[in-house]
Design a protein around this ligand. Structure first.
Ligand code: 5AD
Ligand code: SF4
Length: 475
């Protein structure tokens, strides 16, 4: 179709710079030339759709991928009948994988109708060898596969595919490389995530992340601050500093937070995720003393049983966690504590589970993400004896969820009737005369207002607490 001949390809390749990001900018331009010719032939724009599964890290990678695709000339659309469809996948739990396979089946039909369609897969799931094998064997309509370490290479891989029409897989096992200064297309003009580090060294025994995202690499402080100054100059007022464990950021995380708060235009600073084993008193002090830092700490508990925590390789006990949570609540008035909890970890007994319930009862989390343990091959826990039967895990999950919901409700009730500052994020999907946004403590607020307020801070009275959100009145 729009494949170019081997000689021309070799000529172009011989001119490609070897340094990054120059090399990728070169391939962006080459892809743009090939595809603009194709768009002219078709007498229409070529479209792209990037679909993200999983966490904030993936969402951030997707903004980079969309940045590259739009520079190439693709017009982003929401629907998957696009000319370039990319799934940025997650593999933290088995369920995420199942969804991707299901949707790939559906995509096959769309591709049969549109021969120009290119399908690409990237992200955490692609770092697993058996997944890539299965896709190459049974899902041959997937054209480009790459992993978490070479997101920046999308244009180079696409160029190769456009030249040859041969499916291309390029997965790096690991990297110590961080490529800066590539384009990025932000989902919101007023808020964005900022990577401060990549990877994870903790090897919690249930978790696949260290295997698919590699070892910890911290970005240099100057690079982070320069990126935030740039986005602030473009109108971003809220940033979220991202890392699997921001507290092990190599160049002083509390100090970095203070510097971010000092950047002109930045009104709110969030961060995610904190590992309880490394959350320092210094960080608690910095959050307390900087009103720009959101009143929210996400502090994954995982289990309340010291015995299970040891098997999970979390490196803290129930008592350590409780002590930390109380110190945070005591020192930072108005702070919301949220968490992640896994039920049904191998060997979890009813007594262990009761310890988890006990921590939730004592800490009274503002919000909790609760998960049923999912066995991930290659992790230490996958080999443990005593996998908990599904019906037992389901039953515990139900009890935990009910308790967490009642804690959330109780926490939101505390602030009913008070006034808070909301960053307005958009209109309400169900009723467009309503706006929706978030308080500093991450609670969601819906209130009547004009869409001109989107992207701005608004003072809102929190009239009624509705479980995990509020309805309010604009002041
Ligand atoms: N099974 C269930 N939940 C998991 N998480 C990570 N790995 C697993 C797994 N194998 C949860 C943890 C983590 C969150 C992002 O996902 O609670 O904090
Ligand atoms: Fe997974 Fe533990 Fe690393 Fe979080 S800290 S990404 S749960 S290994």
């Amino acid at each position: 179709m729009y494949y170019i001949d081997e000689e021309l390809k070799q000529n172009i390749l011989s001119e490609a710079p070897s340094d990054e990001p120059a090399r990728q900018l070169f391939f962006i331009e080459e892809c743009r030339k090939i595809l603009s010719e194709r768009a002219e032939e078709l007498k229409r724009h070529l479209t792209c759709c990037v679909n993200t599964f999983g966490c904030q890290m993936n969402a951030k990678d997707s903004e980079k991928l969309l940045g590259i695709l739009t520079q190439i000339g693709y017009v982003p659309v929401e629907t998957e009948d696009a000319d370039f469809v990319l799934y940025n996948t997650c593999t933290v739990r088995e369920h995420a994988n199942v969804r991707v396979y299901g949707r790939l089946g559906v995509l096959k039909h769309s591709k049969d109708k549109n021969p120009d369609m290119i399908i690409a897969l990237c992200g955490c799931m692609m770092q697993e060898e058996q997944v890539v094998e299965k896709i190459r064997k049974s899902y041959r309509h997937v054209n480009i596969i790459f992993g978490t370490h070479n997101v920046y290479m999308l244009a180079e891989l696409l160029f190769d595919y456009l030249c040859t029409g041969i499916n291309r897989t390029e997965i790096l096992k690991g990297t110590d490389r961080i490529v800066e200064e590539l384009p990025s297309e932000r989902k919101y003009p007023f808020k964005c995530g900022i990577n401060i580090m990549y990877g994870c060294n903790n090897f919690c025994s249930y978790c696949i992340v260290p295997y698919v995202r590699g070892r910890e690499r911290s970005r240099r402080r100057e690079d982070i601050l320069r990126e935030i100054r740039n986005v602030a100059a473009q109108g971003v007022i809220e940033v979220m500093l991202l890392g699997q464990n921001v507290n092990s950021y190599e160049y002083d995380f509390p100090g970095l937070l203070e510097e971010v708060c000092a950047i002109d235009g930045i009104k709110r600073v969030r961060f995610m995720t904190s590992h309880p084993k490394d959350l320092s008193d210094d960080l608690i002090r910095v959050v307390r003393d900087n009103p720009k830092i959101a009143r929210h700490i996400h502090l994954p508990l995982q289990s309340g049983s010291s015995r299970i925590l040891k098997l999970m390789n979390r490196k803290y006990t129930k008592e350590d966690y409780l002590d930390l949570a109380f110190r945070i609540r005591q020192n930072i008035p108005g702070i919301a504590l949220t968490t992640d909890i896994i039920v049904g970890f191998p060997g979890e007994s009813e007594e262990d589970f009761i310890e988890t319930m006990d921590v939730v009862e004592q800490v009274r989390f503002d919000s909790a993400f609760t998960f049923i343990y999912s066995k991930r091959s290659g992790t230490a826990a996958a080999k443990m004896a005593d996998q908990v039967p599904k019906d037992v895990a389901d039953e515990r999950f139900g009890r935990l969820l009910a308790l967490c919901q009642s804690c959330s409700k109780e926490q939101t009730l505390k602030y009913q009737g008070t006034t808070g500052e909301v960053l307005v994020e958009g209109t309400n999907a169900k009723d467009p005369s309503y706006l929706s946004g978030r308080l500093s403590n991450n609670s969601i607020v819906h209130f009547k207002g004009n869409s001109g307020l989107i992207g701005k801070m608004a003072q809102v009275r929190l009239d009624e607490a509705k479980g995990f959100y509020y309805t309010g009145t604009l002041l």
